[in-house]
Design a protein around this ligand. Structure first.
Ligand SMILES: [Zn+2]
Length: 206
């Protein structure tokens, strides 16, 4: 398996070099992404691929379920570097439907340390029990919890002082923490709904 991966890496490197000889050298000497993106570790939603971006265009942080743990050094150091040093202009908090972590919370499954990590999502689920519970279908409830997690995370990532200072310096508007009760869908959620609609999946629910 590892030999196969190394072989693919060499083949890819050669193919890129043939097509554009300076590309990898240029990529290795400079990093100037305009976007910071935090998302789930799920192997099916790699940041560059789902956004159609090339290497070097997005600075990424990922964890299980994309929980924005505002006191966590691991998460906070990523946006601090992205906004403060790389001068990222956009910050994306991205969730996804069909998330295994969200499913585990909704099904009350236990997964050792991962289960402990998911505890804040359980609390979020309990906090919005009425909102989530109004949907009868399990997959719709899970999708709603994934959306609420994105909305909650969007507020959390703006809490530390450093992104607020950086955004103010650039004239950005820093709003108060969004209230998921007043916000039925995240922008990302809406885009995913639109994607589904375009591709003939079920109608966007209200
Ligand atoms: Zn996930």
């Amino acid at each position: 398996m590892l030999d196969e991966i190394l072989h693919r890496n060499i083949c890819r490197s050669r193919a890129i070099h043939t097509e554009e000889p300076d590309y990898l050298i240029r990529l290795s000497t400079r990093q100037t992404p305009e976007i910071f993106r935090t998302g789930c570790s799920d192997s099916r939603v790699p940041a560059n691929v789902v956004a159609g971006l090339d290497p070097g265009e997005v600075f990424v942080h990922r964890n299980v379920v994309n929980f924005v743990h505002s006191p966590g050094m691991n998460l906070l150091s990523a946006p601090e570097f992205a906004v403060g040093t790389l001068n990222n202009r956009e910050t994306i908090v991205c969730g996804h439907y069909g998330c295994g972590g969200v499913h585990a919370v909704c099904e009350d499954m236990s997964h050792g340390l991962a289960g402990h990590w998911l505890e804040p999502i359980r609390r979020l689920s309990a906090r919005f029990r009425d909102d989530i519970g109004r949907n009868r279908r399990t997959n719709i409830r899970e999708e709603r919890l994934a959306e609420l997690n994105v909305i909650d995370g969007r507020g959390r990532i703006a809490e530390p002082p450093f992104p607020r200072r950086a955004w103010r310096r650039r004239g950005g508007i820093v709003g108060s923490r969004p209230d998921p009760r007043a916000e039925r869908r995240s922008v990302a959620g809406s885009r995913l709904h639109n994607y589904r609609r375009r591709h003939g999946a079920r109608q966007e629910r209200k």
